[in-house]
Design a protein around this ligand. Structure first.
Ligand SMILES: Cc1ncc(COP(=O)(O)O)c(C=O)c1O
Length: 378
């Protein structure tokens, strides 16, 4: 098996008999072996203890997200209080934009990549309309140069320099879903701040894939799903990051009872007593069943660290590249080569233009993406 040939793998976590290489972790991560057991524990608890399950067991449902969010925060470089596990990715992007997209007649634009994931684009456009602005004039893009597929950091910075004063929010993906480009998050964040913009990141393809230091990079906000590189099951729980500098600010928010302090939550007196920080953004109680597979996945991440995962991922990616180039000598260059020759910036994926093979995830008719699944959880 591919992974076992290259590395020492904990055989308790894999099926060593299975000859399979999975390249679709970008879409849906594999099922951690312990996920079944942990889901069954929650099912049994429900069956046997009913409402008491809210406070009983390893994952008491009333706090099940809180049992996991410090592990989640570690993966993105968040401090305590900066990360909350909740909802789905696009829902969270909307909730964050409610706080950070506060357009005025002179500062009403959102800067994003020209091939932003459609759901992000719809979120930006609908937020603009919500505030009475027209996406035609309020959405601005950075596009690849002619004949290129990825964005040059200098072009992003130039756009921020030229239009920054009219930009309310800069929002890019950490790793571009289509090209695999890993954006220079600290440099872009700093440039946005220098022009007075809020800077946020959709980390759907970055969280659990590349090293992130959201707190140190002073990112204002970020959101990500956990069903891709974090193997938490289809539609698994998403997360948000809010930098602690926003903890005590009065940014507008959509509120619900799960953002209310536990000590007073059940007084039911309609006096909102919010938990400062990321938890303030929680609205509804957390689905306990969805925390079970996420717990199984985070336990695997906890056996190692993002730097170690990256070291392994780079070897796997290099090995994959060698195998592809040996088999298909005339293959064009990986399309993120322009920006990703520095291995520090290589996510665990490779995207090629204009080749056709049938067995690998084909995201569009002329693009192939290879995602090496670096987590040994078959
Ligand atoms: C970059 C990116 N943003 C947003 C989404 C939408 O995610 P969700 O359906 O969880 O809101 C996806 C889904 O694949 C994505 O890849």
């Amino acid at each position: 098996m591919f992974i076992i040939c290259l590395f020492t793998v904990d055989l308790n976590l894999v099926n060593p008999e299975q000859e399979c290489v999975y390249f679709c972790g970008n879409s849906l991560g594999l099922c951690p072996k312990k996920a079944h057991d942990y889901v069954n524990v929650e099912m049994d608890k429900w069956a046997k203890q009913g409402v008491q399950g809210h406070t009983k067991g390893d994952l008491p449902w009333a706090f099940c997200d809180e049992k996991l969010d410090s592990d989640m925060a570690k993966l993105v470089g968040g401090q305590p209080g900066e990360v909350a596990i909740m909802n789905g990715l696009t829902v969270n992007l909307h909730l964050l934009l409610i706080s950070f997209y506060r357009p005025t007649p002179t500062r009403h634009k959102i800067l994003c990549e020209s091939k932003a994931f459609p759901s992000d684009y719809y979120a930006f456009a609908s937020q603009m309309r919500l505030h009475g602005y027209d996406p035609e004039s309020s959405m601005i893009f950075v596009e690849p140069r002619k004949g290129e597929y990825t964005l040059r950091t200098e072009d992003i910075l130039d756009k921020i320099e030229a239009e920054g004063e009219s930009i309310a929010v800069v929002c890019f993906s950490g790793v571009q879903y289509y090209t695999g480009q890993f954006f220079d998050i600290p440099t872009i964040t700093k440039a946005g701040h220098e022009k007075g913009c809020y800077v946020g990141w959709d980390l759907a393809h970055a969280a659990g894939n590349v090293e992130l230091h959201l707190h140190d990079w002073e990112v204002d906000f970020a959101c990500w799903c956990s069903y891709k590189y974090m193997n938490s099951s289809a539609g698994g729980l998403a997360s948000i990051f809010i930098h602690e500098k926003h903890k005590n600010t009065d940014l507008p928010k959509l509120e619900g009872w799960w953002g209310h302090k536990y000590s007073t939550r059940f007084q039911m007196n309609n006096e909102h007593d919010p938990i400062p920080g990321a938890y303030h953004y929680r609205i509804s109680n957390t689905p306990g069943l969805l925390c079970a597979p996420l717990k199984a996945s985070l336990e695997i991440f906890n056996k190692t660290s993002m730097p170690e995962i990256k070291a392994k991922s780079k070897l796997l990616t290099a090995y994959l590249e060698m195998r592809i180039k040996n088999k298909y000598p005339r293959i064009p260059n990986h399309i993120a080569d322009g920006t990703s020759t520095d291995w520090k910036h290589v996510p665990c994926r490779y995207s090629y233009k204009q080749i056709h093979l049938c067995f690998i995830n084909q995201t569009e008719e002329d693009q192939l993406s290879f995602f090496n699944q670096h987590h040994p959880c078959v």
